[in-house]
Design a protein. Structure first.
Length: 260
């Protein structure tokens, strides 16, 4: 797939550092299946290239990634969701052993928030917003949003965000532990690249070991939680409320949920 990307742009702005830029501004960089496949492919190249020691992923000034592509979700029932290839792409992204830094400007909601949570660290611009609004569609996060958000910000705040769909701004996200630094919008990507470059100068074997061991401490029992989360997400795709929520979103009208 390398060299034939449609949804992302890949460059090497600094020696040793790869930059993945999500480039679907017409839909606020929504993460459709094609986008995830391309990100996974780009990270496999980073993984296999000894010259590349770290990677930054970003969007544009208005959106890191504003969720999944809802028109794709509208085509799924429970069986199709269970057979969906998207979880394979998420696992491939997670498998990268080299540091991944998210430079988040604007919206990082839904799948965009899940992508930020999957990164090893998040640099947020002061216009960034993080959230898991899936409840408004009659569904739940299905790519690790519940599991990783709870580990990052704690149960009370995660419960509030997942059950209400309310967002955190950049300062709130930093205070909660989701973000490690907040910058001005024009400094967000440069700061992420600066950190990636600093990491690229460290001993590669030590960096890989450090990342693996931090994740081991952070993600204890994560695999079981991710499996249960995905199963619950898939089962909801057959509910009348999910169809109502997605249709309401696409038609820009209030949803009327019935608990069915």
């Amino acid at each position: 797939m390398a060299g034939a990307y449609r949804d992302i742009q890949v460059s090497e702005p600094i020696d040793g550092v790869s930059l993945i830029r999500i480039a679907r501004p017409e839909v606020r960089n929504a993460l459709r299946t094609q986008t995830l496949a391309e990100i996974a492919d780009a990270l496999r190249i980073v993984e296999d290239d000894a010259r590349l020691r770290a990677c930054v992923i970003t969007g544009d000034d208005k959106a890191f990634a504003a969720g999944a592509d809802i028109r794709e979700l509208a085509t799924l029932d429970a069986a199709a969701a269970m057979a969906d290839v998207r979880p394979l792409h998420w696992r491939s992204i997670q498998a990268c052993t080299k540091p991944l830094i998210a430079a988040v400007r604007g919206y990082a909601v839904g799948a965009g928030c899940e992508m930020a949570l999957l990164a090893d660290m998040v640099i947020a611009a002061d216009n960034a917003h993080f959230g898991q609004p899936e409840i408004n569609l009659g569904i739940i996060p299905g790519a690790g949003g519940i599991q990783r958000l709870t580990r990052a910000v704690g149960k009370p705040l995660a419960m509030k965000m997942v059950l209400t769909g309310e967002r955190l701004d950049a300062v709130q996200a930093q205070a909660a532990g989701l973000v490690c630094e907040v910058t001005a919008v024009d400094q967000c990507l440069p700061r992420a690249l600066e950190l990636a470059h600093a990491i690229s100068l460290k001993a590669p074997l030590a960096v890989a070991a450090a990342k693996r061991l931090v994740n081991l401490a952070y993600e204890d029992f994560l695999a079981a939680g991710l499996q249960a989360e995905r199963a619950a997400f898939c089962s909801l795709m057959d509910s009348a409320d999910t169809h109502e929520g997605i249709d309401a979103f696409l038609r820009k009208r209030p949803a009327q949920f019935r608990g069915e």
